[in-house]
Design a protein around this ligand. Structure first.
Ligand SMILES: N[C@@H](CCC(=O)N[C@@H](CS)C(=O)NCC(=O)O)C(=O)O
Length: 206
């Protein structure tokens, strides 16, 4: 399989991690994001949404990391949840992650790290961090009484929600403030085949 991505993309990392944990053979198609790699006509022909990641498996071309995770769990029979009820729960958390969590973290991290210092909108960053504190609270509460987001073992809900939390660049998240999330991140990192983001894909930011 071919994954279009780059190191800083937490959305690409979720899929790269799933590929690594399931032992699926894959190669990276590196996208030079910070110099407009997702805005070219060639890239838009692959993904009209103009977003990384894109996963190509023969004739199958997928955009949206959640769709890729679902596809890979179906294909490999791993991390998908054990029954229809668990699969619905997995979907619920994938939607939450895409709306309230990873998307907001990605934007906040971009503004704080990859934008020139004089262009960083401090009021927007503070607003985003406030929204994110509420989201960390939701996940922390959920994980206080359980080891995994859904059911008794790791699923793609965990792989989706954890994606941005292993990055070294600051965006307002600190493991000390959220002990249940911190313990969960350690559990995921202990899964055989786990690797941190920049070990799976090189950074694009020069
Ligand atoms: N919900 C999408 C989000 C993808 C996304 O936001 N990708 C970023 C890079 S991490 C991107 O390519 N953004 C381009 C843009 O917003 O113009 C997913 O999970 O795949």
């Amino acid at each position: 399989m071919k994954l279009y991505g780059f190191g800083e993309s937490g959305n690409a990392y979720k899929v790269a991690l799933m590929l690594a944990l399931t032992g699926t053979e894959w190669e990276l198609e590196f996208v030079p994001f910070f110099t407009g790699g997702t805005r070219t006509p060639e890239f838009r022909a692959i993904n009209e949404m103009g977003e990384v990641p894109v996963l190509v498996d023969g004739e199958v071309v997928l955009a949206q990391s959640g769709v890729m995770l679902e596809y890979l769990s179906e294909l490999t029979g791993q991390f998908g949840g054990r029954d229809p009820g668990e699969r619905r729960e997995v979907l619920r958390w994938l939607f939450w992650d895409n709306h309230k969590f990873s998307t907001q973290i990605g934007t906040t991290r971009f503004l704080m790290n990859f934008l020139a210092p004089e262009k960083r909108p401090e009021a927007v960053i503070a607003f985003q961090q406030g929204r994110l504190r509420a989201a960390y609270g939701v996940l922390e509460t959920h994980l206080t009484s359980r080891d995994w987001i859904v059911g008794a073992g790791p699923t793609i809900a965990d792989l989706s929600c954890c994606g941005y939390l292993y990055y070294p660049e600051p965006f307002g998240f600190s493991r000390e403030d959220w002990p249940a999330i911190a313990a969960w991140l350690d559990r995921i990192a202990a899964l055989p085949g786990w690797k941190p983001p920049y070990d799976l894909m090189p950074p694009a930011f020069a």
